[in-house]
Design a protein around this ligand. Structure first.
Ligand SMILES: *[C@@H]1O[C@H](CO)[C@@H](O)[C@H](O)[C@H]1NC(C)=O
Ligand SMILES: *[C@@H]1O[C@H](CO)[C@@H](O)[C@H](O)[C@H]1NC(C)=O
Ligand SMILES: *[C@@H]1O[C@H](CO)[C@@H](O)[C@H](O)[C@H]1NC(C)=O
Ligand SMILES: [Zn+2]
Length: 409
């Protein structure tokens, strides 16, 4: 399919909608010193639409709380004897990037990783890279989002199409606010292309496929209206609340755990499995290529985790040892750059049980042997722009390590 370049004019936020204000919001960092606190947080994530979970792990929660519910929330934490710290939102948190800032941005490839870009800037970069390496790169459309934006796929291979190869698939940006995912994936694309000869032997057997922005609508919305938007932008007639959590909409034990059927929840799983065009686009690619895809990485932010299946149950997958070993090697490769350490395990055990994730479906339904969710470094969704290049470099080493293991299958 040819990719249709959408010319997106940056809509000034004043035209249609006001920017969501986070004035008076606070960030709570809660230590789960006992099981009851953890259980309470799981319950709260399922039921509350006022408290936004940025991280919910066995040991710790990071939540953003609006001014109206802070007093009640603090009382509850007190009753549970839960130790917590409060951080005010930093000055730039919750503030969308202005158009003037966008227009000042450099279009040069070398400057691309110095700052975060709007969707159109990301597309420009992808086309520029394809034009620089026409022998190796093919840009495709994986599909279209709810609002009609193309979801670009970047295919890297040598010697064209005349040989069936295994596929390593890396996607990111399923959650709008997790900005660091897209440049991290694009950094890996650019490094591989700049050093293509070093990858000859890998590319003899493997085609690399990158989808740097699965949820372009949610991403754009975080630049124009609400910096902390997570879901896609599916509008339901007669409903006030918008959006489905793409990472709760995949079809293995859909709707069973850690997801919500409330439209207003941050973890709303949609009306049916694969109800969303973004999820359908990913499904079509992976199903049609299922016998060849050996690696699926779904890149998120934040927390420095490698999660392997299962998310929907605490039961171990049959190949747990292998999944753990490969992730350990990737983690070791990443740590060479500046010592960053990832925590490895199933998300059901390290975080909480949640169904509808890509990793579970790819592994459990399609039988793709290496299937992971990656949570990149950071203490929040607003990763400073001077970190983009560093996270790009260290994570690149980890991605390559995962890709190297495709030849095992
Ligand atoms: C934007 O804010 C102004 C002033 O608070 C308000 O009058 C207006 O209704 C808001 N517009 C929308 C679309 O929410
Ligand atoms: C949780 O805390 C325990 C004990 O302090 C530690 O061993 C473990 O690595 C922590 N897990 C995560 C996911 O941070
Ligand atoms: C299967 O994967 C190839 C890349 O190897 C891609 O070009 C093609 O579009 C995929 N098929 C479908 C139906 O998505
Ligand atoms: Zn995410």
């Amino acid at each position: 399919m040819r990719l249709n370049l959408m010319l997106l004019i940056c809509v000034g936020v004043t035209v249609s909608q006001n920017v969501t204000s986070y004035h008076g919001f606070k960030k709570y960092i809660i230590d789960h010193t006992n099981e009851n606190i953890y259980k309470y947080m799981i319950e709260l994530q399922m039921t509350s639409t006022n408290i936004d979970f940025w991280l919910l792990s066995k040991n710790q929660s990071i939540v953003s709380v609006s001014p109206e519910v802070q007093a009640v929330f603090e009382d509850r934490l007190g009753a549970l004897e839960a130790p917590y710290d409060i951080e005010p939102f930093s000055d730039n948190e919750g503030v969308c990037e202005s158009d003037s800032e966008y227009r000042r941005s450099t279009r040069q490839t070398s400057g691309f990783f110095k700052r975060f870009h709007r969707y159109s800037g990301i597309l420009d970069y992808i086309y520029a890279i394809a034009a620089s390496y026409p022998k190796y790169v093919k840009i495709e459309s994986l599909g279209y989002s709810n609002e009609g934006r193309v979801i670009p796929g970047i295919s890297i291979s040598i010697n064209g199409n005349h040989r069936e190869r295994k596929i390593a698939y890396i996607q990111g940006g399923a959650h709008g606010r997790e900005w660091i995912c897209t440049p991290t994936i694009l950094y890996t694309v650019s490094e591989i292309l700049a050093n293509i000869h070093a990858f000859r032997s890998i590319l003899q057997n493997t085609r690399l496929y990158f989808v740097p922005l699965v949820n372009p609508d949610g991403y754009e919305y975080t630049h124009t209206v609400d910096r902390f938007w997570r879901k896609n932008r599916h509008r339901f007639p007669g409903r006030q609340c918008v959006g489905v959590d793409i990472n709760r909409n995949f079809g293995l034990y859909w709707g069973s755990r850690g997801s919500s059927n409330n439209h207003c929840s941050e973890i709303f799983n949609g009306l049916t499995p694969f109800s969303e065009p973004e999820t359908q686009a990913v499904r079509t690619f992976l199903e049609k290529n299922r016998s060849r895809v050996k690696l699926v990485l779904d890149v998120h932010s934040f927390g420095k985790f490698f999660f392997y299946p299962y998310g929907y149950t605490k039961a171990s997958p049959p190949t747990k040892h292998l999944l753990h070993t490969v992730a350990q090697r990737a983690s070791n490769a990443i740590s060479n750059y500046r010592g960053t350490r990832y925590t490895i395990g199933s998300s059901s055990n390290l975080l909480y049980e949640a169904s509808g994730g890509l990793d579970d479906w790819a592994y459990g339904s399609l039988g793709i042997p290496l299937s992971y969710t990656v949570e990149l470094p950071g203490n929040g969704f607003s990763v400073p722009s001077h970190e983009i290049l560093h996270i790009g470099r260290e994570t690149y080493a980890g991605f390559i390590e995962f890709i190297r293991h495709v030849t095992l299958f």
